[in-house]
Design a protein around this ligand. Structure first.
Ligand code: GUN
Ligand code: FE
Length: 424
């Protein structure tokens, strides 16, 4: 399908952590679902394309949520007095068990998908639950919404209640293959992603089987890494021979490298050796500041990630986090980085607004070849009307962008495009 047009508006996007480009009254060209560039004057060769008049409105790349649990959406905002491992047992696992009932799954996922469709995120790496039928239902709904997501059926064969825990590694592997076969040829925008929940939920046999399936199907991987102190200690006991947490995935070919795009959520407690492996393997870090506060995990050293040149983006980690908007994650990332700088390590400077904007757009979006308006990126955009905030706009585009990070919500989004298609 050919999706070619021009948007005429006030545009901001990131070309790197410290390279914010802002152009007032710019022409943004989309050709066949890809971005062809951003121009102050419309080049003659595009004169025949339809122009969408967004003058005075703020045009931004779509945001990417690198880590979100769709099957936890329904209990957001509850259970926040527990630390990670207790929270999983008391809140996350019981809720996810309910997705064995596809009728419940349909009702719960409908709310998640509508929230995502209406919000600023255009891409997401999504955890479903351990149920094949419900996972396919979620993928069907996301596909129909027009968003472009990676979705994982969650693999877990130990240390969880019956009904959620898979019978054994062999059964889990067979069910994962069955799910992947059902996905084949079914979606244009929705992609399966191999999803071992985290090391404490996965036997060695399951990790080995998932590594084999991943290679065979050429799929990406997502999981959790070095999130919380008690979790990291548990992993050390479960996999003493791995040396460190990330190596426990790497042993089974589930940690980046050639042809294995990988997202690891959190990395709050990753030490030098683990960060080096993340860099060597090109693993993406999903920084999830709201979740890290809520389940008392701490504050990830994002400045170090940026200084090391690691692929880094933002995640809502709903329901560890409470809101899906990655604008909220940008504000949280800035604020927790200030506390970290003041209280933990004054050698790591706080994040700036343009840096947080980079993380939530180009940083995470790179995984999907989107997130900026550089030519060749898939065209995702949101258009915001800031009229609700004040009778007049502040002067410059950087100020307008900063205010959107802190203030904007779904009411301000007047248009949304994913891969060149307008959703509303
Ligand atoms: N680690 C394993 N599972 C989960 C989960 O559902 N949420 C978070 N935040 N961490 C996890
Ligand atoms: Fe998570």
């Amino acid at each position: 399908m050919s999706e070619s047009f021009v948007i005429w508006g006030d545009v901001c996007h990131s070309l790197g952590p410290d390279k914010l480009e802002c152009v007032q009254g710019a022409y943004l060209v989309c050709e066949d679902c890809f971005c062809s560039g951003l121009f102050s004057e419309l080049p003659e060769r595009y004169a025949g394309l339809p122009v969408e008049d967004c003058r005075g409105l703020l045009v931004l790349p779509g945001l990417t949520d690198l880590h979100v649990h769709a099957a936890q959406f329904a209990y957001r905002g509850t259970g926040m007095d527990w630390e990670l491992l207790e929270w999983l047992e008391r809140c996350a696992f019981p809720e996810e068990s309910r997705f064995a009932d596809t009728d419940y799954a349909a009702r719960a996922y409908a709310r998640f998908v509508e929230d995502m469709r209406r919000g600023p995120n255009t891409r997401a790496c999504v955890f479903a639950s351990a149920h094949t039928e419900a996972t396919l239902l979620l993928m069907d709904m996301l596909e129909a919404s027009g968003l472009a997501c990676m979705v994982g059926r969650v693999s877990m064969d130990r240390d969880a209640p019956e009904g959620l825990r898979e019978r054994d590694a062999q059964w889990a592997a067979a069910e994962t293959r069955h799910w992947l076969e059902l996905c084949r040829g079914r979606y244009e925008r929705t992609q399966p992603i191999i999803t071992p929940r985290f090391i404490p939920s996965c036997s060695d046999a399951l990790l080995e089987a998932l590594g084999g399936i991943r290679r065979e199907y050429g799929l990406p991987v997502q999981s959790h890494l070095s999130e919380n102190r008690s979790e990291v200690e548990l992993v050390r006991r479960l996999q003493p021979e791995a040396g460190f947490y990330g190596a426990a995935y790497d042993r089974y070919g589930l940690f980046g490298g050639e042809g294995c795009r990988t997202v690891m959520a959190h990395c709050v407690l990753s030490e030098a050796e683990e960060l080096e492996l993340i860099r060597a393997r090109g693993v993406y870090i999903a920084h999830c500041p709201a979740s890290n506060m809520n389940v008392s995990s701490g504050i990830a050293p994002v400045r170090r990630f940026l200084d090391m040149g690691l692929h880094t983006g933002l995640g809502s980690d709903v329901a560890g986090g409470t809101l899906t908007s990655i604008f909220r994650a940008m504000a949280d990332a800035i604020q927790v980085s200030k506390l970290r700088w003041r209280l933990v390590d004054d050698g790591l400077r706080a994040l700036t607004a343009p840096e947080a904007f980079y993380l939530g757009t180009a940083g995470g979006g790179e995984l999907f070849n989107t997130g900026s308006f550089e030519p060749g990126r898939e065209f995702d955009a949101i258009v915001l009307d800031e009229g609700r905030y004040a009778p007049e706009r502040p002067g410059g585009l950087p100020e307008r962008l900063e205010r959107c990070i802190y203030l904007s919500d779904d009411r301000d989004i007047v248009r949304k495009y994913v891969r060149g298609r307008r959703l509303f």
